[in-house]
Design a protein around this ligand. Structure first.
Ligand SMILES: [Zn+2]
Length: 246
């Protein structure tokens, strides 16, 4: 006897996972009467972190719904901005170092490991520290331990930054966080950073800050145009500046 089927339609934002618009046009999907709708959607290539709602004949159903033959399901993408169960903090996988530095530049709490600690350790850290796991690895985003997760849709860091800011709308506080280690910056006097500055730097700048965690010294004005442009663009489009420090 032939197994029953359901029709599954994906929202345009999710077409990237299922092989383009054509294949997303209500393909008939065989069901076994036991697998949940969430499992079925994942098996079609869509991480559940990217799913905003599952609609059965227009009404939302949970991922635990067990489909029956003949049903028509629509899979919606997450809404933007997407609410989180807590403050917007992030954990980035080893491939997203540039994005990590840009988020820190904007004052967004961003953990990042430059070595690959493996999917189980990343997922455990996401859970322990309540951080949104950002990755382009669908396998990692399938891990149930994640506190929350988000697929990064572009290869290009500038687009990745806009993607994350528009999706999670984290509060921005540019120049308040160490881009090297994610520590908080505290204002420092010129005298206290004297030993770490070249003579020209000391003469040219008056506002200094030091990372509370790694000790790195920063000075206002030293950031070349590209970083200023990243901050200006992000603030114009996505944020306000609550308290700018050096
Ligand atoms: Zn630091």
């Amino acid at each position: 006897m032939e197994k029953p089927e359901i029709a599954v339609a994906f929202a345009p934002d999710l077409h990237v996972f299922v092989g383009g618009a054509e294949r997303a046009e209500r393909p008939a999907v065989r069901i076994d009467g036991a697998a949940t709708l969430g499992h079925l959607v994942e098996s079609l290539g869509v991480p559940l972190t990217e799913v905003g709602a599952l609609l059965l004949d227009g009404s939302p159903v949970p991922t635990s719904h067990i489909p029956r033959g003949g049903e028509a399901v629509t899979v919606l993408a997450v809404s933007r901005p997407q609410p989180l169960p807590g403050p917007a903090r992030f954990l980035l996988d080893v491939h997203l170092g540039k994005l990590a530095r840009q988020l820190r530049l904007l004052g967004v709490d961003t953990a990042y490991e430059s070595i690959d600690i493996g999917d189980p350790a990343l997922a455990a850290r996401s859970a322990a520290e309540q951080r949104v796991m950002l990755s382009r690895d669908r396998g990692l985003l399938r891990r149930r331990e994640l506190w929350a997760g988000g697929y990064v849709y572009s290869h290009r860091p500038e687009e990745q930054l806009r993607d994350v800011l528009s999706r999670f709308a984290p509060p921005l506080a540019p120049w308040t966080r160490c881009t090297a280690c994610n520590g908080s910056l505290r204002e420092a006097t010129k005298e206290s950073v004297h030993d770490e500055l070249a003579a020209g730097t000391e003469r040219s700048f008056d506002v200094f800050a030091r990372c509370e965690d790694c000790g790195q010294v920063y000075w206002r004005g030293a950031h070349h145009g590209r970083l200023n442009a990243i901050v200006a663009d992000a603030v114009r489009e996505f944020g306000d500046i609550p308290a700018t420090r050096a």
